[in-house]
Design a protein around this ligand. Structure first.
Ligand SMILES: O=C(CO)[C@H](O)[C@H](O)COP(=O)(O)O
Length: 195
C-alpha cells in the first residue's frame, strides 16, 4: 500500500514501493533533494549489463547522474543507455555513459523517468518536458519502467493539475492536426495550442 511518504515510488507492475522517509533530523529537504533521493532509489533497480532507457526532466537527471557516478566508481559495468531526448543524450555523454538506440537495442531492460501527473490507478501524464514521442517509444520497449514522482505530481484524476496535456504531433500540416484535436476536445473546455 502506498504511504504518505514524499517521494512515492511506483513500478510498471503496479505495485507501489515505499521509500524510507527522509532523515528524521530537523534538516528540511528541498523538493530537488527529494527528487534526488527518489531518483537514486530508482537506480537501485539498475544492474550491470543492462540496456537502460534514460528519462528526461529535472527528476530523471538525478538518475542519470547516479548511473554515471556508479559507472565511474566501477560499481556498474557494461551499461548501454538510450536517451529519451537530445538534452539527456548530451548529459549522459558528458558523464561517459555509453549510448545506443532502439534500432541497435530493440529490447530495453529498464527505463527510469519522471512524470507530470499520476492518478491513483497509476495512469500517467508525461511529456511536458517536450520529449513525449521518444519517451513513449523507449519506455514502451522496456521490460520494466520505474517512474519517479514526488507528491506534487499525484492527482485524483488525469488532468487534475489543470496543466496542459502534451500531445506531440508531426510538423507536417500541423494546422490540420491542431484543428482535428480542437474538434476532438470540443465540449471539454480544452483548447489545442501549439507550444
Ligand atoms: O515527461 C517528461 C519529459 O517529457 C518529464 O519526465 C516530466 O515532464 C517530469 O519532469 P520533471 O522531473 O522535471 O518534473
Amino acid at each position: 500500500m502506498a504511504r504518505a511518504y514524499d517521494p512515492l515510488f511506483i513500478t510498471s507492475d503496479n505495485s507501489p514501493i515505499d521509500v524510507p522517509s527522509p532523515s528524521s533530523s530537523s534538516m528540511t529537504l528541498t523538493k530537488d533533494e527529494l527528487k534526488r533521493i527518489a531518483a537514486y532509489k530508482a537506480v537501485d533497480f539498475v544492474k550491470s549489463n543492462m540496456v537502460l532507457g534514460l528519462g528526461t526532466g529535472s527528476t530523471a537527471k538525478h538518475a542519470v547522474d547516479r548511473i554515471g557516478e556508479l559507472l565511474r566508481q566501477g560499481k556498474l559495468e557494461n551499461i548501454v543507455g538510450i536517451p529519451t531526448s537530445k538534452k539527456t543524450q548530451e548529459h549522459a555523454l558528458s558523464l561517459n555513459i555509453p549510448l545506443s538506440d532502439l534500432d541497435a537495442h530493440p529490447v530495453v531492460d529498464l527505463s527510469i523517468d519522471g512524470a507530470d501527473e499520476v492518478d491513483p490507478r497509476l495512469n500517467l501524464v508525461k511529456g511536458r518536458g517536450g520529449s513525449l514521442l521518444r519517451e513513449k517509444m523507449i519506455e514502451g520497449a522496456s521490460k520494466k519502467f520505474v517512474v519517479i514522482v514526488d507528491e506534487s505530481k499525484m492527482v485524483k484524476h488525469i488532468g487534475g493539475s489543470k496543466m496542459a496535456l502534451p500531445v506531440e504531433i508531426v510538423p507536417f500540416c500541423w494546422k490540420f492536426t491542431a484543428e482535428r484535436l480542437r474538434r476532438v476536445m470540443e465540449g471539454y473546455g480544452c483548447e489545442a495550442r501549439i507550444r
